[in-house]
Design a protein. Structure first.
Length: 202
C-alpha cells in the first residue's frame, strides 16, 4: 500500500471518528422561537400566552401560524410580522402591529368571547373567509384605529357590544365593512375612515 493511499485512509478515519462523536442535533434545523415576554422566548404563541401574567406584553419574533385563545389581560405586539389563524379573546386585549393574513381561512381573525375592552391598532388584515373582527359577546368598548382590511366578507361584525370606535380605518369588504346585528351596539363612532358598505342585520 503506497503512501498516498495510507494518507487517504487516515484522513477518512479521522472524519468518521469526528462525525461519530457529534451530537445528533448538530444536523437538526435550528428551532425558531416566535414570541417573547421580556427576554424570555417561546416556541409558540400559545406557550407565551400560557406563561404570561395579566399586564404582560407578548412580542412576535417571527411569523405565526396557529389558533390561540387569550384569557388574560395582555398586549399582543406583532412587531410587523404576519399572523395566520384566529385569536379568541376571553379577556381585555390590546393587539397592535400585526399583519393578519388568513390565507383563505374560513373564519374571523379576531373574535371576542368575554373580553370587556378590545383595542386593535396599527394592523392590517386580509384573506379571511368571514372577516376581520367578530364581537360575539358583549364588550363595553371596542376601539379599532389605523387599520387596513381587504378581501374579507365582513370588516367588523357586531353581534353584542356597547360601543365601537373606528378611527382612520379602511375596510374593503364584499358584504359589509361594518355589520350591526339586531343585538349589536347602538353607539358606533366613525372618524376619518373609508368603509365600503355599512349594514344592519335585523
Amino acid at each position: 500500500m503506497n503512501g498516498k493511499i495510507k494518507r487517504f485512509l487516515a484522513l477518512a478515519l479521522v472524519f468518521v471518528m469526528a462525525f461519530s462523536v457529534m451530537p445528533l442535533n448538530a444536523f437538526a434545523a435550528e428551532e425558531t422561537n416566535v414570541a417573547k415576554i421580556g427576554n424570555t422566548e417561546y416556541a409558540t404563541l400559545a406557550a407565551a400566552i400560557n406563561a404570561a401574567k395579566d399586564g404582560d406584553t407578548i412580542t412576535f419574533l417571527a411569523d405565526v401560524t396557529e389558533d390561540v385563545t387569550i384569557g388574560k389581560k395582555l398586549t399582543i405586539d406583532g412587531a410587523e410580522y404576519t399572523y395566520t389563524g384566529k385569536m379568541t379573546l376571553k379577556a381585555d386585549t390590546t393587539i397592535k402591529n400585526v399583519n393578519f393574513d388568513g390565507k383563505g381561512y374560513n373564519g374571523y381573525a379576531v373574535e371576542t368571547r368575554g373580553a370587556d375592552y378590545l383595542t386593535i391598532e396599527d394592523c392590517t388584515a386580509k384573506n379571511y373567509g368571514y372577516g376581520f373582527v367578530q364581537l360575539a359577546s358583549g364588550t363595553a368598548l371596542t376601539t379599532v384605529k389605523n387599520v387596513i382590511v381587504s378581501n374579507v366578507n365582513y370588516g367588523v361584525k357586531i353581534d353584542y357590544s356597547n360601543a365601537v370606535v373606528l378611527e382612520n380605518v379602511k375596510i374593503d369588504a364584499a358584504v359589509a365593512a361594518v355589520l350591526n346585528s339586531n343585538y349589536g351596539t347602538k353607539t358606533i363612532s366613525i372618524k376619518d375612515s373609508d368603509l365600503s358598505i355599512l349594514g344592519t342585520w335585523k
